[in-house]
Write a protein that binds this ligand. Sequence first.
Ligand code: AMP
Length: 113
Amino acid sequence: MDCLFCRIIAGEIPADVVHTDDRSVAFRDINPQAPTHILVIPREHIESLDEATQRDESTLGHLLRVAARLANQEGLSESGYRTVINTGAGAGQSVFHLHLHVLGGRQMNWPPG
Ligand code: AMP
């Protein structure tokens, strides 16, 4: 298993895990870009959003719901938060296991870099 995030799911690499359920795991980003920076990932290895199929639709929806719940738990509902999925190296994806960034706790700018 050479996928970093699969190894985190398997408990082989330590992470600051904030949520687990039967379909997803969420943990704090090791290099946070905001006061709150959480990654929500599917337990199943999906390389990127581009690789997701119709079969993955409910998992994708689940990841979004988990992201919103965690943002709420972090106290971000009122101030706002951003959810990001980088797809492909050209868009900044560096780990090829689908993940949803949840960022908040500071002012977010648009357009993103
Ligand atoms: P992306 O660039 O969209 O693929 O996001 C990958 C994210 O994974 C980056 O924000 C990294 O800081 C984060 N990351 C890499 N290794 C780890 C790790 N061992 N634990 C937590 N986050 C990590």
